[in-house]
Ligand binder design. Sequence first.
Ligand code: SAM
Length: 213
Amino acid sequence: MPPCPHCQGAEKFFDAGTARGDLEEYRQHGPAKTTQLLLKAIRGAAHDDKTLLDIGGGVGAIQHELLADTVESAVHVDASTAYLGASQEEANKRGHLERVKYLYGNFVELASEVEPADIVTLDRVLCCYPDMPALVAASTSHARQLYGVIYPRDIWWMRLAGRAMNAWFWLRRNPFRFFVHPASIVDSTIRASGFVQRYHQNSGMWQVVLYAR
Ligand SMILES: C[S@@+](CC[C@H](N)C(=O)[O-])C[C@H]1O[C@@H](n2cnc3c(N)ncnc32)[C@H](O)[C@@H]1O
């Protein structure tokens, strides 16, 4: 089956140049500030020997960090081959390549082929996907204990920024779009899957949230 238009757009936007730049940034400065907040919340809630499912993991910051002290193994599902390549390169450098399984594609379509994990993370991924309820339902059903998300704050200037970005994608003829999903609906959709919120922090344009069963 050919990739959905959104995933074709993600493949085009998150290309080799973007992946290389993000990997260099991660190597020089470590995880983004919001990712560090989520990692701290996860470490505070999880104990050793967990499994991780990192959906849209990009260069793999969450998995590389947690493989050092919190998780035994990880699965990285991503709609960008360039990001999967960068994530594998870093895993190889850090000596944990054999502990990570990589899958290319749209998680909503691949979900039935992926094993559940103790911890599921989506760091700046909900904003890349049009059908938020489908992505949340597919991903929460794979989370045995913890569910961590970083997604845009639902405020007027973020919605305005989203419109400007989407006009740019339209001009570039890229079907990729940026979505500021209503936070109350994201939250209620996650809670409806049996989770309670354990941590919430706004940081700039993002909100960092950890849920537990
Ligand atoms: C903005 S990047 C974030 C990358 C990384 N998590 C970070 O915070 O640096 C969004 C990532 O989500 C991936 N993605 C978007 N929609 C996806 C989907 N439906 N299934 C799998 N990956 C997806 C993209 O390919 C990309 O790697």
